[in-house]
Design a protein around this ligand. Structure first.
Ligand SMILES: Nc1ncnc2c1ncn2[C@@H]1O[C@H](COP(=O)(O)OP(=O)(O)OP(=O)(O)O)[C@@H](O)[C@H]1O
Ligand SMILES: Nc1ccn([C@@H]2O[C@H](COP(=O)(O)O)[C@@H](O)[C@H]2O)c(=O)n1
Length: 220
């Protein structure tokens, strides 16, 4: 692998079930970089609130859970449940929750050598100076089908219509909130995976990152 004179920070954002986590993990492996799934942090906060019998919409409860983040929840089997997805999106609207999770993400992005992070606000808020930014998307129907299959493989059987409604609801909440809304950064490359198998999507992502690295080297 070519030596780099700069930290290679790769920001991968996009809506629910677009494939950004799959791509981020594969890109991190390709470049030998550590990877952080920032959505898992919001899921852990949402799950903590649910386990305490609280409401994700209650800012004080959600912020307290984020400040006392229980990292063992990242390994909890319920982290990927549909109810946890909904709770994660519910707690993520609170600025206090986002603030409580900010330093951890920022420090991960700033580590020597670089890192790959995926989420909703990586290219805009967490790593605005990232070397390469990807905005991964796919049609709501394709994303719902992928999520439905993923849930089914874990034993959570939901109808396509239910999952599609969840995806649309989460998209609207994530893009419509005031605090760090889901939006494509102005300098992010768009990667639509609707018609791409995983391998093809990863190849395309690596090619887009290589373009940015090339441009950076040319600039010196
Ligand atoms: N290009 C693709 N083709 C088919 N299936 C895919 C593709 N990319 C990802 N998947 C599958 O779709 C599901 C969702 O992918 P992934 O977890 O990477 O999405 P995500 O955007 O990180 O989701 P979320 O943000 O909701 O956690 C997984 O089961 C994954 O294996
Ligand atoms: N940087 C991020 C990452 C996630 N969120 C919120 O968490 C929810 C769950 O994320 P997944 O990536 O695991 O689907 C998501 O719907 C967002 O509300 C966020 O706000 N910022």
């Amino acid at each position: 692998m070519q030596r780099r004179s700069f930290n290679l920070v790769i920001a991968v954002d996009g809506p629910a079930a677009s494939g950004k986590g799959t791509i981020a993990k594969a890109v991190a492996r390709h470049y030998g970089l550590p990877h952080m799934d920032t959505g898992a942090l919001y899921r852990a906060v949402g799950l903590a609130v649910l386990r305490r019998g609280g409401q994700p919409g209650d800012a004080a409860t959600a912020e307290a859970a984020a400040r006392a983040l229980d990292l063992s929840l990242l390994e909890d089997r319920a982290l990927r449940d549909a109810a946890t997805s909904e709770a994660a999106s519910g707690v993520a609207v609170h600025p206090g929750v986002r603030q409580a999770l900010f330093d951890l993400q920022r420090a991960f992005a700033a580590q020597p050598g670089g890192a790959v992070l995926d989420g909703r606000d990586i290219g805009t808020i967490i790593a605005p100076d990232a070397t390469a930014k990807l905005f991964v998307t796919a049609s709501p129907e394709v994303r719902a089908a992928r999520r439905q299959a993923e849930l089914a493989s874990r034993g959570e059987v939901r109808s396509f219509d239910e999952v599609l409604a969840d995806v649309r609801k989460r998209d609207a909440r994530d893009a419509g909130r005031d605090a760090a809304p889901l939006v494509q950064a102005g300098d992010a490359a768009l990667l639509d995976t609707s018609d791409l198998a995983i391998d093809a999507a990863v190849q395309r992502a690596v090619a887009l990152v290589e373009n940015r690295i090339g441009a950076m080297r040319e600039r010196g």
